[in-house]
Design a protein around this ligand. Structure first.
Ligand code: ADP
Ligand code: GLC
Length: 488
């Protein structure tokens, strides 16, 4: 099939600006599409953080001093480029200091909606000013979700976009970008008002994500199970009805992992390397990790790892309820990296105080340490309440670190429960979101741990699964091609 021109619009991109999996996915998807011969541009904001990490940037010729009218005000921006490591897909940064050079990536500021609408306009204007006609505009999450609407309205006059089709990927339905209806004019969307969800406008609100779901030519989400779940009352976060009406257009594509970036045999962020054939380095990583986080070394006790945003999504109440029992009873270690809601941070800090020889908690965001924990742990905990895809359970399997996960979203699609009779499976899966089910899954992990030959088999099963993007990219390309014939 002929190569495509693909514009990706995302609020995050590894390694420049990351709070979670979206960054890994937008970067890897762009890179692997480019490697497959497609012409890809990834557009992200030029946050203060991108500058602070010393990224080498250069202005893109012809894309300087551009402007867009947003609600009667002229906003200036320009496009800068960085050579992404090992990538043939350029990353285009939208430089608009008044909007993007703030402390974090996301803010609670009143103009949060405008910031990401500017990103979206900037991406489309950059296409126009460089006379680059995308076949596909691929918008990620609520931040870019107005792109499909704008292509049908604001930019519809331009023949450049005549053959352009839009895709919206939902990485997390809980974040929708909902704003008061009174902001519609301020955002310069007065002419588009009749295309927004009319009932919700009447109720006084409008939503970026909902608008995207209404108008995107194609919809995708990041696992097959999540694609089904979001059409239900339980997981639909109010959008289930709309998603059901568009279900023919909604495809679940499980995320891949960047198999070069996350490879225990060559990972430059860890000091000891290993593979399924030569496992010795894993024991060295375990020792190194425990030393680094100042816990007593052990060969016989399992190390449990957590690397996560600490939000309600991730289900750490279950750890709260189950782990004081295990920590009291078992010889074990727990290493936790992550920050977020105070109640979870306080809980892990309390665990450290109560079990100082068994628990280490690093309340930070630390990319290198996240690789150490993947490599140096024996078990990885993801008891998520919901999980659109999840990446760490796949990184864990690749690193021979056995995941304990709840059967939800992408966790259900990527972890197979261990079956002692057939010695098959790659982790421990539990069904119900309650402490008892989680407790039993962890208990099973202790059981298998005591039989080290079974444990080795379990590790090797996970290490042998291919989660790479090469396997996924074809599904996106198929989706893109299937839209070429969609009539508006
Ligand atoms: P989500 O996007 O919901 O946070 P994912 O599992 O898809 O969940 O992706 C999380 C990504 O963010 C992983 O690459 C993980 O290693 C990384 N990550 C999360 N918290 C931290 C942290 N505190 N330090 C370093 N990396 C982190
Ligand atoms: C979201 C989801 C996570 C998913 C990631 C990348 O942050 O919470 O499950 O893996 O997006 O798609």
């Amino acid at each position: 099939m002929a190569p495509l021109r693909i514009l990706q619009i995302s609020a995050e991109c590894t390694p420049f600006a990351k709070t979670g999996g979206l960054a890994d996915v937008s970067a890897a998807l762009s890179r692997y599409l480019a490697a497959a011969g497609h012409d890809v541009r990834l557009v992200v904001p030029l946050y203060k953080r991108v500058k602070e990490r010393g990224t080498e940037l250069r202005p893109v010729a012809g894309l300087q001093d551009l402007k867009v009218e947003l609600g009667g005000r002229t906003q200036w921006f320009s496009i800068w480029e960085a050579a992404a490591p090992r990538s043939s897909a350029p990353v285009w940064f939208v430089r608009a200091p008044q909007y993007f050079e703030r402390e974090g990536l996301y803010t609670q500021d009143a103009d949060e909606g405008q910031r990401f609408l500017l990103l979206t306009h900037a991406a489309l204007l950059a296409c126009q000013h460089s006379n680059w006609a995308p076949h596909i505009v691929h918008a990620h999450d609520w931040h870019a979700a107005l792109a499909p609407l704008l292509l049908r309205t604001h930019y519809a006059w331009d023949r450049l976009f005549q053959a352009t089709r839009s895709v919206l990927s939902i990485h997390n339905l809980a974040y929708q970008g909902v704003y008061p209806a009174s902001m519609v004019d301020e955002l310069g969307l007065a002419n588009e008002r009749h295309l927004l969800h009319q009932d919700h406008l009447k109720q006084g609100r409008f939503s970026y994500l909902e608008t995207g779901i209404l108008w995107a030519d194609g919809l995708s989400t990041v696992s097959e199970t999540y694609a089904r779940e979001i059409q239900t009352e339980e997981h639909g976060v109010g959008l289930q009805g709309l998603l059901r009406t568009r279900s023919e257009r909604l495809k679940g594509i499980v995320n891949g992992i960047d198999a070069d970036e996350w490879d225990p045999a060559s990972d430059p962020r860890i000091p000891h390397h290993y593979s399924a054939k030569k496992l010795a380095g894993k024991a060295k990583m375990k020792a190194a990790l425990l030393e680094r986080v100042k816990l007593p070394g052990t060969k016989s006790a399992p190390v449990f790892g957590i690397v996560s945003r600490l939000t309600a999504q991730k289900g750490f109440e279950l750890v709260h309820d189950a782990f004081s029992v295990f920590l009291r009873r078992e010889d074990m270690r727990l290493v936790v990296l992550g920050s977020g809601e105070k109640r979870y941070e306080d809980f892990f800090a309390w665990l450290v105080q109560t079990f100082p020889d068994k628990v280490a908690y690093l309340q930070s965001y630390d990319e290198e340490l996240s690789h150490w924990i993947e490599a140096g742990s024996d078990v990885f905990l993801m008891p998520s309440r919901y999980e659109p895809c999840g990446l760490n359970q796949m990184y864990s399997q690749r690193y021979g670190t056995v995941p304990v996960v709840r059967r939800t979203g992408g966790l259900a699609d990527t972890v197979v429960n261990w079956d002692p009779a057939t010695q098959s499976g790659t982790g421990f899966v539990f069904e119900r979101f309650d402490a008892q089910s989680f407790y039993q899954a962890v208990e099973r992990s202790f059981g298998v741990w005591r039989d080290q030959s079974a444990w080795k088999q379990l590790m090797l099963n996970g290490m042998g699964v291919d989660y790479s993007w090469e396997r996924r990219i074809g599904q996106y390309v198929e989706l893109y091609h299937s839209l070429a014939s969609v009539r508006r």
